[in-house]
Ligand binder design. Structure first.
Ligand code: GLA
Length: 512
């Protein structure tokens, strides 16, 4: 019995340590949160601190002017007006020992990714068939539907823009001249003149995931060429590279430094799928967002299908929800492209286990329900994950447009304080439904609250001020998706919220 209890305790510890640096005797009480932070001048800053061992006590000293230590909420907060490099020291006390960690804080109005990237990537819908004509059609459609004004600015070439599977003679990369007859510089220039930014893709090994030539050993030449073409983003994959953290750090740092030296501001988007805990080290390489899971699929819950590691919405959410201590302005966890708009039409996102055969015997994929697409959009927005579209945006239905153009939801995602939502309640209701409440603090003092129902049946949960850590204020609830059309104050005994199966209700809450 005792052995069983010990095994259970060990398993619990292992489960709850997921996402944290491993605790050895030397660093048992290191910080388990980011120590390289960013903020915008004059904008509210918040750094929620977390130690590797929960019983540790934290103190902060040497705070720059404008910031204070909120011991009750365990966070550094305030506003720094002037651009510059700042630091403060965190004291972590545990078992009679005190460790000091320094946090570096860059305050700048010239950050590459102050708020999560928004845009579109070519892979899921076009795969190897991406070309200039499609990129232009996508750009025109994005303008037509007003996606640019909503913030979807980055239109990204994913894998296979390349001239072939082997690098051409000489140092520099080349594109496929048949697919891109006017050339990359022309395409970039055209997209820029339309008000967009353009992204490109490569891999930290000899070949990309789909078999084009990669950048290993040619980082400087590639970065220079991307800059010369006018690229604004590099998605940098990890296929064919060793499963070794030190080596991944080295390869990403080499490309990060090459991009910095290229003379152009290029957003460095790390696509290592979260296997080597990039949230712990990616920011130091120059990356400003990093994937936290394998590729997402047009499917709600992958469990029970296979163990390939591909992720449905539920797995994407679970892969990043405990990683909030590593997210912030200019450093975002990325739960991969959203599936909204696909309805089973994506290439790699559709999969064998989920189709029916039409009368000609062809497989037809169905994708998810509109409620599930909206849930994913809401949860990704709450978690400050990049909002990247992956469907054929040349034709957007009214129902899909309604989801991706919810400006209040986008504003929550793009909030200038860059906080990733944290789970403040995860509860099993008497009907067996599992409901989670997410809370995201916003720069103007409001908070965003999301109530998410994983279950296959509707649930009702009562939100209380204590649950939201907001006692002592009148709380005005505004329903972001308009399920309830009137704003309402939270009654003193709490606000009951009904959530349909797989639905996410989102509120913007004002303290008045
Ligand atoms: C990997 C990435 C995808 C996509 C493909 C392209 O699977 O995770 O997002 O870029 O490669 O080959």
């Amino acid at each position: 019995m005792r052995k069983l209890a010990l095994l259970f305790a060990f398993l619990c510890l292992a489960f709850f340590s997921y996402g944290q640096p491993s605790a050895s005797a030397d660093d048992a009480c290191a910080l388990a949160c980011a120590t390289q932070m960013y903020s915008l001048p004059g904008v509210r800053y918040m750094h929620r601190l977390k130690a590797a061992c929960p019983e540790a006590t934290l103190q902060v000293e040497k705070l720059p002017k404008g910031l204070v230590w909120n011991a009750e909420r365990c966070r550094v907060e305030g506003t720094i007006k002037k651009k510059g490099q700042y630091s403060y020291v965190v004291l972590i006390s545990h078992n009679g020992q005190t460790r000091r960690d320094t946090v570096r804080l860059t305050v700048s109005d010239d950050l590459v990714q102050p708020t999560p990237l928004m845009g579109w990537l070519s892979w899921n819908v076009f795969e190897e068939e991406i070309d200039e004509e499609k990129m232009l059609a996508v750009a025109h459609a994005a303008k037509h539907y007003g996606l640019d004004t909503l913030g979807y600015r980055y239109l990204c070439l994913d894998d296979w823009w390349h001239s072939g599977s082997e690098r051409p003679e000489g140092e520099y990369p080349d594109y496929d001249h048949v697919k891109f007859p006017h050339g990359m510089a022309w395409l970039a220039d055209t997209l820029h003149r339309m008000g967009f930014k353009i992204g490109i893709y490569s891999d930290a090994a000899e070949h990309t995931c789909a078999g084009a030539f990669g950048s290993l050993g040619y980082e400087a030449a590639d970065a220079r060429q991307y800059a010369e073409w006018g690229m604004d983003l590099l998605k940098y994959d990890y296929c064919g590279a060793p499963n070794d953290m030190a080596e991944a750090q080295r390869r990403y740092t080499t490309m990060g430094r090459a991009l910095e030296a290229s003379g152009r501001k290029i957003l460095f988007y790390m696509c290592e799928w979260g296997q080597l805990a990039p949230w712990l080290w990616a920011s130091e390489t120059g990356a400003t967002c990093w994937r936290t899971t394998y590729d997402s699929r047009d499917f709600w819950d992958w469990r029970g299908y296979d163990d390939s590691g591909h992720v449905g919405v539920v797995q994407g959410l679970d892969g990043m929800k405990n990683l909030w201590p590593y997210s912030g302005v200019n450093r975002f966890n990325d739960a991969d492209m959203m599936m909204v708009g696909l309805h089973g039409t994506g290439k790699s996102s559709s999969f064998d286990a989920q189709h029916y055969l039409d009368i000609t015997g062809q497989p037809q994929y169905v994708g998810m329900t509109q409620e599930e697409y909206q849930s994913q959009f809401s949860l990704w927005a709450m978690m400050s994950s990049p909002l990247t579209l992956s469907f054929d945006i040349r034709h957007i239905s009214d129902d899909d447009l309604r989801i991706i153009s919810n400006t209040e939801m986008i504003r929550i995602n793009q909030d200038a304080m860059g906080q990733q939502a944290e789970v403040v309640c995860d509860t099993l209701l008497s009907g067996g439904q599992r409901v989670e409440v997410f809370l995201k603090e916003l720069a103007n003092g409001d908070i965003a609250v999301a109530v998410f129902n994983r279950a296959d049946s509707p649930a009702t949960l009562c939100l209380t001020p204590a649950m939201l850590r907001l006692q002592g204020a009148d709380l005005l609830f505004h329903d972001v998706w308009g399920v309830s059309s009137r704003d309402r104050f939270m009654p003193s005994d709490g606000l009951p919220v009904k959530v349909e199966s797989h639905q996410t209700r989102v509120f913007r809450v004002k303290r008045v």
